[in-house]
Design a protein around this ligand. Sequence first.
Ligand code: 9MR
Length: 626
Amino acid sequence: MRISCNRKLLAALTAAAMGVVSFPTVISSSAADDVIYATGFEAGEEIVFTGRGGIEVIESSTEQVHGGDAAMCVSGREKSWNGPQLLLDDICEPGVEYVVSAWGKSEWYSTFSLSMEYTDADGIRQYSNLKSFQGDAWNEFSEVKFSFSADQTNVYLYFECSDATCKMYIDDFVLAPAPVIPIQEDIPSLSDLYSPYFNIGTAIMASNLSSPSFMALVEKHFDDSITFGNELKPDFVLNKAACQAMAAEGNDTNPQVTLSAARSLLNYCRDHNLPVRGHTLVWHSQTPDWFFKENYADDGDFVSREVMLLRMENYIKNVFAALEAEYPTVNIYAWDVVNEAWQDDGNPRNPGEQGSSGSGNSAWVKVFGDNSFIEPAFTYARKYAPEGTKLFYNDYNEYMPQKTQAIVDMATDLAAKGLIDGIGCQSHLDVSFPSTSAYEKAIAAFAATGLEVQITELDVTTSDTSEAGLTTQAQYYSDIMDVLVKYSDSISAVVFWGVTDDQSWRAEKLPLLFDASFQAKPAYDAIVDGLEMPDITTTTTTTTTTLTTETTIVLTSTGGAYTLLGDVNCDGMFKVSDIILLNRFLAEDNSITITDTGLANADFDQNGVPDGDDAAAMLMRLAALD
Ligand code: 9MR
């Protein structure tokens, strides 16, 4: 591919790269095919990349070429992070999604990466890998998506190579705004369709906010529950510099937190009235090792159990305090208090550090000796979470029998102490494993605890990505959803771990319901097939008729206490599904149950009788909220 660079842009890029002038031109990103910068690094073309280490030699070279007659050659490197970088602040706009394509090759075998770095709102330099390849052949970075928000500054795209000294070659570089592809407006909304059974949600990452099509899918299908893919994990929330500063002042037990990574998502959920699942407070992974060390030093000794208990309590307290102070109106209706503490064989994780590659060991177990950190985590979460917040234990491979049992035992014990509200089944599945019946066994066991069950991270991989493979995946998805509907009395939400395949953590195996072009896959068709769109208006009319026969339902003093008016299914939210449940109750549908508290919440006009007037009032209220 030979696309010549926009001359005016190149001049400005060069000046900006040299730090001579501030960038004068605002590049329009309105047209999807507006190329911002494209170059084949041919002889005579100006190269506007600069060296990250300031020592690199960057030049057009014929030594190794992918297209045309030359490529960019980067030599003189001394560190693995040395390589070419491109400043984006002046050529890209915040909140807009871009795609970058390029070919890359290292002189000899190593990991060749395309990444982004920026300064966040707290002034901390952050790095995020976009895509990597291993080997020494030419590899294509094909339409890699990226974006940044207004509070991220000094933003660079850069290439690096795990070998510190080998030469790097880059060719056929193109940077352009991502095309905006319309979503299918005429297909049924998953959250509406499944509203008689449970809420439907998804996980999103801050970077997804800049894709209008992605967010349109979220709003249409997954608007009952949003999990942040990474941004509320300890790795992102713990503020190392502030922790160390506090320790230097003599307080080694009050971990300092920041919401800066989560802010754009919190803003979005606040502004769009989207309920959030908090993910996650206490986890062995994506939690820095220094959190467990004296003075929060990377090379410090592990602290004692007593110190770690205080750190845990204060961390949990500070997270809730920060959220309450900055986002009092965001409905974080549930939290994964503890994540992934049990191994498949039902034992605690091995004690140890995570290290940079994520060992799977647990520093919590290292400090506590066993899983005895779980109960205090729930105790503190109960103590500091806003009243009504649902507290969950969350795990993957939850269908492995010994793990299922360990979770059930732990949850039963915590439930007896009033510390837990629900079990989160991550459900990272594959078409070949587990079988639907094995999966159902686990769901049945969790439901039998009497706790709320949520499917928290559903995705289904397929190694066969052909049409036939996607058909098999569709059938598997459909079978799993049938199981979930069967246990819908116990299941309050089904949350998918992403929306489109390309943005998934397991992108190569196409695990989600929508493809990279935002179109519904066979898996979507399969899970909507046979479901009726609930007709709220008709149901309400029927209810009004039923009303006279139901006037005997009067709440007595032994009835439940109001928690949230309208929240008939007691999931912490007031939604259409509550009206449907009330209507089914009033229509004497024996297959459903409503708790005393649910009935109290159903009494929307608070006249002591949950009836059709309440259903009608709830409907009008929701319509007004919309
Ligand atoms: O989706 C998350 C991905 O972006 C991160 O790289 C990864 C790091 O562990 O974590 C992913 O989310 C995990 C979730 O927090 C807990 N269950 C497993 C998920 C997939 O790894």
